[in-house]
Design a protein around this ligand. Structure first.
Ligand code: SF4
Ligand code: SF4
Length: 466
């Protein structure tokens, strides 16, 4: 039998009762130096999240992931989604960078940067405790039968949660369509932009349920990063840990005299403040999101008891068992080396590429077939990253095909003085050119003044299958 609700059963999580039902957590508020530091970081992150889409560099939002047009804009530079190698390099180097950081600093991301932790701690829990009171009062309210007061408090809380979720979701959508576009859409009827409206509502609902209700369950059962950490970390990784040597035997251990007890007075404050409902005194656990709440809670007790702080602290397994911690380990070096390797390849690619990016987007109508002639329509997007102005011509690369494929552009040469240009291009050819209805060709983009080929792009022509 458990002595109290905070003395957790060794056989199950603190968020599950003996019948397998969820135990809804009410973590107590915490005060301390780590909480203050995290609050500063959280509010900077929230500010950045809300403001970043509204900052314009080179007439583009600082960060824009334009899925429809397959463009990625970051700090004034735009990359096209057809550069899969660049995306692969960014993703793979980021994965190894995260692995490097995790091997050194454990789950620092979960505690200090994850939107789940940031939004729940800074907004949702704050609103909840403002309306429903302290952890004890919130628990009592949950356990009480429905009353007018309970209904009012719960309704008010969920209305405010919904408003916050709406705002977070709108900002999120702004990263994909641009804030100005989003602003215009929100001013109009939802029916005019039903797709975006539906996506915003779905995302709002996900945020609302996750941050308002699902909470620590996401970290415990759904987060893939949480599952990976045990593979990435080792005995030198920095974790939040209880100093067993100093704390044990804890107060109340049967058969131990008071003078022989360790520093842990068994107050359970570290458990009461834990947002994932674990007892860190049982060692490093998968559920620990390294939020530092238990450090502050325990330090407060240690100060009251006139004992040194740091019974729970940042440390490595090695350090806590008396072995000096190695900051740099072969494992972390391998992660860093692989990450840097891919960053290096990325920089090499960027330097080798021209300041002009070109994307051929097929028109909605695949092809037309009139009078024995096939026509393919493309929108060609030129993204001019600065530097020289271009006047360009489009030319079929293969001399043997130049007479067989006619390229029609509304203007020729195409003048690329603006930052971005879209041009409709038609390719006209005989169906006899096709093999099984398709033909891959290369198109040269030629600088008119020098005659140099700036870039060559592959285009797939399509037509009827005979
Ligand atoms: S054990 Fe401590 S650091 Fe880990 S989640 Fe709980 S309170 Fe946060
Ligand atoms: S807060 Fe500190 S003293 Fe209290 S139970 Fe946890 S480890 Fe022991």
């Amino acid at each position: 039998m458990s002595k109290n609700r905070f003395e957790l059963d060794s056989e199950r999580l603190g968020t599950v009762d003996e019948h397998g039902n969820r135990v809804y957590l009410h973590p107590e508020d915490v005060k301390g130096i780590w909480k203050d530091r995290r609050d500063i970081v959280y509010w900077i992150l929230i500010g950045l999240y809300l403001v970043l889409p509204w900052i314009y560099i080179n007439k583009k939002p600082a960060l824009l992931i334009d899925i429809i047009n397959r463009e990625f804009t970051f700090m004034g530079s735009t990359f096209f989604g057809v550069d899969p190698i660049l995306f692969f390099l960014i993703i793979i180097s980021s994965i190894f960078f995260i692995a490097f950081m995790t091997s050194l600093f454990g789950r620092v991301w979960c505690g200090w940067g994850c939107p789940q932790t940031v939004f729940i701690s800074s907004l949702f829990l704050k609103v909840e405790s403002f309306i429903e009171g302290s952890a004890r009062e919130r628990r009592a309210l949950d356990e009480a039968p429905m009353s007018a007061e309970k209904f009012f408090k719960k309704a008010l809380k969920w209305i405010i949660f919904a408003l916050i979720s709406l705002h977070i979701a709108h900002t999120f959508i702004g990263y994909f369509i641009g804030p100005r576009e989003l602003f215009h859409m929100t001013m109009g009827s939802p029916l005019e932009h039903f797709g975006i409206f539906s996506a915003t509502m779905i995302i709002t609902t996900i945020f609302l349920l996750d941050f308002g209700w699902f909470r620590e369950q996401f970290c415990i059962i759904a987060c893939p990063y949480g599952r990976m950490q045990s593979v990435i970390m080792d005995e030198n990784s920095l974790v939040i840990a209880y100093d067993k040597k100093r704390g044990e035997p804890r107060r109340g251990t049967p058969g131990v005299l008071r003078e022989n007890e360790g520093d842990c007075i068994n107050c359970y404050n570290c458990v009461k403040v834990c947002p994932t409902g674990i007892d860190i005194r049982r060692g490093t656990q998968l559920e620990c999101i390294a939020c530092t709440n238990c450090i502050d809670a325990c330090d407060e007790i240690m100060i009251k008891m006139k004992r040194p702080t740091g019974l729970i602290r940042y440390g490595s397994e090695n350090e806590l068992s008396g072995v000096p911690r190695k900051t740099i380990t072969p494992r972390s070096m391998i992660y860093a080396a692989i990450s840097l390797l891919f960053v290096g390849i990325f920089i090499l690619f960027i330097n080798k590429s021209t300041d002009l990016q070109i994307l051929f987007l097929r028109g909605s109508e695949t092809f037309t077939y009139i009078d024995q002639t096939v026509t393919n329509r493309f929108t060609v997007k030129f993204n001019h990253q600065g530097g020289a102005d271009y006047k360009v011509l489009l030319k079929v690369h293969d001399p043997a095909l130049q007479d067989k494929i006619k390229i029609i552009t509304p203007i020729s040469p195409i003048d690329l003085v603006s930052f971005e240009k879209k041009v409709i291009v038609f390719f006209k050819f005989s169906p006899t050119l096709l093999e099984n209805g398709t033909k891959k060709i290369n198109i040269d983009i030629v600088d008119k003044s020098s005659g140099n080929v700036i870039a060559t792009k592959e285009v797939v022509l399509v037509g009827p299958v005979h």
